[in-house]
Design a protein around this ligand. Structure first.
Ligand code: GAR
Length: 203
């Protein structure tokens, strides 16, 4: 017998409609897709949007039957126009929650305001340490002995906003940026799905 997900008060919860924003490889998106397929997250991916038409993740999403859209920032005079185009796509697909899965741009108020409190990001450090680009290289350069990843609600600052969950990984003496990034990434894949599972249960 299969059971429908229920909320705290035992009412059935409708599947979340996710809009996933990516810029590159899309391994977090793939992990989320897998967790949905496995019935772990009560959601469907309504659309995958990229700011990079050439991104590997976008091609994978299309090849796997997901709806996709891409918008080059360069094609728009103003950031607000660029974000209005993304917003329209999200609205057209009935997106409830926006998932930033390696979306490497600061979200502006045009996109943030309608989704404030319903937009989550993952970042490969223990925020507030090492926001922005090359978080793993920043961690190595600083000499920290542990790092990790953070899932947080998005505000109008770079990798800022209320923290939902974090996971720690060790930084080993022999680590390179590649080895540390790989160790953090495998933990990201688990943590992001765990957070989305809880959100999708209506908490
Ligand atoms: C991930 O490590 C994610 O945490 C990071 O980009 C990578 C994307 O990988 N995001 C940020 O640094 C956001 N500031 P993926 O495309 O394979 O999911």
């Amino acid at each position: 017998m299969t059971t429908s997900p229920t909320s705290q008060d035992d009412k059935p919860v409708a599947p979340l409609s996710l809009g996933i924003l990516i810029s590159g490889r899309g391994s977090n998106m793939k992990a989320i897709y897998g967790a949905i397929q496995d019935g772990e997250i009560n959601a469907h991916i309504a659309v995958v949007v990229s700011d990079n038409p050439e991104s590997e993740g976008l091609a994978w999403a299309a090849a796997n039957g997901l709806k996709t859209a891409s918008f080059s920032r360069q094609a728009f005079a103003k950031k607000s126009d660029f974000e209005t185009a993304i917003l329209k796509t999200l609205a057209d697909h009935g997106v409830d929650w926006v998932v930033l899965a390696g979306y490497m741009r600061l979200v502006g108020k045009t996109l943030l305001t309608p989704y404030q409190g319903r937009m989550v990001n993952i970042h490969p450090s223990l925020l507030p340490a090492f926001p922005g680009l090359h978080a793993q290289a920043q961690a190595l350069a600083y000499g920290v002995k542990v790092s990790g990843c953070t899932v947080h609600l998005v505000d109008n600052t770079m990798d800022g906003g209320p923290i939902i969950a974090q996971e720690v990984v060790p930084v080993l003496p022999e680590d390179t940026v590649a080895s540390l990034s790989d160790r953090i990434l495998s933990v990201e894949h688990v943590l992001f799905s765990r957070v989305l599972k809880v959100i999708s249960q209506g908490f």
